[in-house]
Design a protein around this ligand. Structure first.
Ligand SMILES: Cc1cc2nc3c(=O)[nH]c(=O)nc-3n(C[C@H](O)[C@H](O)[C@H](O)COP(=O)(O)OP(=O)(O)OC[C@H]3O[C@@H](n4cnc5c(N)ncnc54)[C@H](O)[C@@H]3O)c2cc1C
Length: 389
């Protein structure tokens, strides 16, 4: 146990979480990967255990725990090897619910945050649009105020949990002429009239439902605006720090899982009269990748510690995702190679791991966009400030 960041309580939490995942989730993973549907009962079980409310206020049913409990949840979800299942959980808890917690009114929190923590309502975050995801300010979905309502028109795509879940946090233009200064954030139920969702087929994350969502004159109460009107871009950018760190943590955890699996395999598999873990070339591959993985892990923990203290770690969280997802793809590619033909077979975990990992440098900001942000901070001395406390 790394005692710099983890206490005995963290360790106990990790052990009980591992037991829970092994007992309640692992037996269902193959089925969910095949059907692309996660059965609803598991959400309630997660809710009953408190796993969906780790960082959230006790007033709404959360546990108000430090960020290292979240780190443990993320790491252990990666190690049961369904990137899709893991994504469904963390997109609900850390993408949708972060906005509800930070920008939602007391009434919205009662109606959405509490049931989300209990596993009774599942949420998703809708930012990306078919016309472009990297350029968030270029979004075309609009929200027009009419009396006590907003009318939403437009579409979103690649939305995790977007087909089978209950509510969405959605970004739309309330003042299109103002570019990124005219974006607002709303909450709405998935079954609101005029909302339709189409399920997308994809390379990996196969257990997770990814949806394209269309809004055709969708009427929602004006009270479903979250936070201040036209401040949505700031909220989105602020919460990207957490999302990007999460994706960095996920990456170091799946790389560690791949390395441990490959090492176990190398001990058992023999060629030319000795086990694979005795071949110097392969030992050096493991040594190099373990080093890179440990460096990313240590960096990610240090960023999590600073975020937990309330520091605004935009640069570091961006670097975490950029480097850790690159490292994970390289590690997993080579670990699959270490298994030879078995690495290519669905019966062995590396095939799915390789597919699922490929989303790392794309979702939540592509690596190209992350380099742009880092370059702006380092070269142009651009400063980013949080939009909320
Ligand atoms: C499985 C999956 C789940 C997802 N879940 C969600 C979700 O829950 N909610 C959500 O809102 N979104 C989600 N996304 C969307 C994801 O965040 C976007 O796909 C991503 O931000 C990239 O946007 P895009 O696909 O439109 O690519 P584009 O923006 O069209 O980019 C295409 C290519 O051009 C490059 N590019 C673009 N601009 C620049 C530039 N200025 N400089 C250099 N290169 C550039 C990009 O890096 C990329 O390689 C998900 C995506 C996937 C695949």
């Amino acid at each position: 146990m790394n005692t710099r960041y983890f206490t005995e309580e963290h360790h106990l939490f990790r052990t009980s979480l591992q037991d829970f995942l092994k007992r309640e989730v692992v037996p269902h993973i193959e089925k969910w990967e095949k059907t692309g549907t996660i059965e609803r009962f598991i959400w309630k079980k997660f809710g009953d255990m408190g796993f969906l409310g780790l960082p959230y206020p006790e007033a709404y049913g959360g546990l108000n725990l430090d960020l290292f409990y979240t780190v443990i949840l993320l790491e252990e979800l990666q190690k049961i090897n369904s990137g899709g299942f893991a994504a469904a959980i963390w997109a609900h808890v850390y993408l949708a619910m972060t906005h509800v917690n930070k920008e939602g009114s007391h009434e919205i929190k009662q109606n959405y945050l509490s049931p989300s923590i209990a596993g009774e309502k599942i949420g998703y975050l809708c930012i990306t649009e078919p016309f472009g995801g990297s350029d968030v300010s270029g979004m075309r979905t609009t929200a027009e105020k009419k009396g006590d309502t907003y009318i939403i028109n437009g579409s979103k795509t690649f939305i995790t949990n977007g087909v089978y879940s209950d509510y969405m946090v959605v970004a739309a233009k309330t003042a299109p002429e103002l570019g990124n200064k005219g974006i607002s954030i709303f909450i709405m139920d998935s079954n609101t009239q005029g909302v339709s969702a189409t399920k997308l087929d994809k390379l990996g994350w196969r257990a997770s439902d990814t949806g394209e969502i269309a809004f055709d004159n969708v009427v929602i109460p004006a009270s479903h605006l979250m936070g201040e009107k036209n401040k949505g871009f700031g909220y989105i950018m602020q919460h990207f720090a957490l999302e990007r760190l999460i994706m960095g943590i996920n990456a170091h955890a799946r790389a560690e899982y791949a390395l441990e699996y490959a090492l176990g395999y190398m001990k058992e598999r023999h060629a030319f009269g000795k086990s694979l873990d005795k071949f110097q070339a392969l030992r050096h591959t493991i040594a190099n990748h373990y080093t890179q993985m440990e460096i990313c892990k240590e960096f990610n923990y240090s960023v999590a510690e600073r975020l937990n203290k309330g520091e605004y770690v935009v640069k570091e969280a961006t670097m975490s995702k950029l480097q850790s997802t690159k490292m994970a793809d390289e590690v997993i590619y080579d670990c699959l190679q270490l298994l030879g033909g078995y690495g290519y077979m669905e019966e062995y975990p590396l095939a799915r791991l390789l597919r699922d990992s490929r989303l790392g440098p794309i979702g939540g900001g592509t690596s190209e966009i992350l380099r742009e942000i880092i370059a702006k901070i380092i070269i142009d001395k651009k400063e980013y400030r949080p939009a909320t406390e």
